[in-house]
Design a protein around this ligand. Sequence first.
Ligand code: DX5
Ligand code: ZN
Length: 207
Amino acid sequence: MKVSASFLSSKNIPVDLKKLDNTDVDYIHVDIMDGKFVKNKTMPFSEMRNIYKYTSKRLEVHLMVEDPTEYIKNYAELNTEYIIIHAEIEDPIKYLEMIKSYSIKCGISIKPNTPVSSLVPFLPYIDEVLVMSVEPGEGGQAFIPESEERIKEIRDLLNEYKINAIINVDGGVTNETVSKCRLCDMVVAGSYIVKSEDFQERITSLR
Ligand code: DX5
Ligand code: ZN
């Protein structure tokens, strides 16, 4: 299992990013919120861009925003492997194509109450499905148990349409809930890692 570490709940981002750099974590998951698509708002790009000083890991950028245009342009400049937008925004295909135009892999994320079938139009474009296992907006929430069934539905959908995209799950992932993510290729973990003493031990427990 691949592991992507979210620093949304970090109390000291530079220190925690440096600690993560000394682990075998696969990606740094960068949560971006605009105060519109979700209530909370994360720091502007002018500050966020500095994360490159603290990590050499590849980034997976999760855009919880209504209009991804500027964010895609900005985050394409960093060491970014994936940019993920939400299926619930207007005209996701326009943004999936924009991400591709920067030669960056693209992902689509779906909230817990969005029907899995709504992913169908996006399947030809995507490299990743990010299944939200909590309502997006904040770290430290509990994993929604029904996510396990949704992950299976999404795996079946990808198989049916012969789409070679990874499945990642985001929210409330711990050593206990990871057993519900067996059909995924990757999990995002935030507070489970950054609120612990031994980051590597936590990461290893998820694999
Ligand atoms: C939630 C974010 C998640 C979250 C993960 O809106 O997209 O990436 O920070 O944090 P934990 O693992 O604490 O749920
Ligand atoms: Zn996220």
